[in-house]
Write a protein that binds this ligand. Structure first.
Ligand code: SF4
Length: 230
């Protein structure tokens, strides 16, 4: 199908020399605790159901997380936090994400990253973001018809989403609403209406400091679930 074809094409992309080098160096070097595991070391396609009602968008895969497991938002602390929450609200079949063969499945949900290769220090450059944007837009276009709620994890994911929606002809309010946790508004797209929800990124910087709590995470996911059934 179209998504499978897109996944196949993105999985061999080498358009960003710095990111290609980094994703492959990390995969060869491996973190000690994962020394016995294979690393994906390539671009990360979207992951989850093919016709999602809920879309979760983020920044980029982590070097020893998604870049190892081949699935965005799994295999690192952010993924642990997110999947525990997804499981609590009934959007994942299990609360943990360890490796590619762990049986984890998303329910009614799909996840995509704005930049598909792990960047050093989790920071893609603006030019890397722009180079990857067509992959992101293509996937958005394929999943928007079924999507009712889009959760943006962090400001980078939020900005990339709005840029992608504008490029696809969506009616994004001007000035663009500012990113924040709990921000919620509707956008009319050529594929139907979606509600955009802001959520602080579940990085340790936010979860260790209490900026993002379990209750706050659950509230956003629950809201997305309500919107998707409404
Ligand atoms: Fe290709 Fe995107 Fe990876 Fe750059 S970040 S190499 S555009 S998949």
């Amino acid at each position: 199908d179209d998504l499978a074809e897109l996944d196949a094409r993105v999985s061999v992309c080498r358009a960003c020399p710095r990111l290609v080098q980094w994703r492959e160096d990390v995969a060869v070097g491996k973190r000690k605790s994962f020394a016995d595991q294979p690393y994906w070391g390539r671009p990360i396609a979207g992951w989850g159901v093919a016709e999602p009602e809920i879309l979760i968008v983020g920044l980029a895969p982590a070097a020893n997380g998604g870049n190892r497991t081949g699935r965005v938002f799994t295999g690192d602390r952010s993924g642990d936090w997110l999947f525990a929450a997804l499981h609590r609200v009934g959007l994942a079949n299990q609360p943990t994400s360890e490796h590619a063969g762990d049986g984890l499945q998303l329910i009614r949900t799909r996840m995509i990253a704005a930049v598909r290769c792990a960047p050093p220090l989790n920071k893609p450059t603006p030019s890397e973001r722009d180079t990857c944007a067509p992959w992101y837009r293509s996937e958005l276009e394929l999943v928007l018809p079924s999507t009712r709620a889009i959760i943006c994890l962090g400001k980078f994911g939020y900005d990339a989403l709005l840029a992608g929606l504008i490029a696809l002809g969506a009616d994004v309010p001007r000035p663009r609403p500012k990113f924040g946790h709990g921000v919620e508004y509707r956008i009319l797209t050529p594929y139907g209406e979606v509600t955009v929800l802001g959520c602080f990124h579940p990085s340790q910087q936010n979860t260790f400091t209490g900026k993002l709590t379990e209750a706050m995470t659950d509230a956003v996911l629950t809201r997305a679930k309500e919107l998707s059934t409404g």
